[in-house]
Design a protein around this ligand. Sequence first.
Ligand SMILES: [Zn+2]
Ligand SMILES: [Zn+2]
Length: 348
Amino acid sequence: MKTTGYAAFSTTTPLAPFVFERRALRPNDVAMEILFCGVCHSDLHTAHNDWGWTTYPIVPGHEIVGRVTEVGPDVTRYKVGDAVAVGCMVDSCMECDQCHNGEEQLCREGNTGTYCGLDRITHEPTQGGYSKHLVVREEFVLRVPDGLDLSRAAPLLCAGITTYSPLRTWNVGPGSRVGVIGLGGLGHMAVKLAVGLGADVTVLSRTTNKEADALALGADRLLVSSDDGAMSQAASGFDLIIDTVPVKHDLNPYMPLLDVDGTLVLVGQVGPLAEPSTVPLILGRRRIAGSPIGGIRETQEMLDLCAKKNILPDCEMIRMDQINEAFERMEHADVRYRFVIDMASLPA
Ligand SMILES: [Zn+2]
Ligand SMILES: [Zn+2]
């Protein structure tokens, strides 16, 4: 099937229109028309080959919401017309212990990325959601529950699950004390989801500039991390801190905030960090951890929770041809809090 999209053709050129093929349906495949696609920092990093593994041309996009247009003969869960979603992975081995546990993101063979991956059968590069159509095996298709606004649901598929998964891994619920560092695409979802799970939520920020935004998102308070007095007063006051900062930074000011056995989990920075001191780790039995996205079952659970509690990302809708401008604005953190592409703006 021929489809159209927007691709990066090199590290330096802007994204531009691209016509390419989606595979013919296998028996367990679902074909969908993409309606909305969120714009993630990973899209930008991949387009620029910041991580060194990009192959061109590359169609980014892994926060995908659409409608089923066709299903293979073995598909049982979806039918034409269903509202569906696809996140950061489109396949895994389905046989290892992690896959059996529903943790396909941690597949021992590595999951297949929605873009910049290799199809497990044809070994052709996968292409993402900045396009009109997508074909994915049904096990990696999510259901968008009734009542969830399709135009705002897309960022849940990466920013949402990336922050929901650690909340579930560390058993956050009513009474949990959660801190969130960074108030961008990931951070604003961490706040909303932690609030949705009943936690007491604090946004950590260098200044008071974001206080009104933090409270509007549902946080209980903002703690100014440059205020030594306030930081000392808050010592040992957190069970979990979700660190969404996407660049190299210093963890040392935050570690004393964790209670005994508390965890600071990194979800934003894929790369080096400033050197952390082991003193607060050892003396307080505190932990530094990392977490990627979540598994398919957990992603569905999150979508269902968001529908039930009306938790939605704050989005800025753009046209496909505004993507390069959106990338530029993202590099300056100039978005509240996620760009979503209206795929109707992409000519067929
Ligand atoms: Zn992403
Ligand atoms: Zn596996």
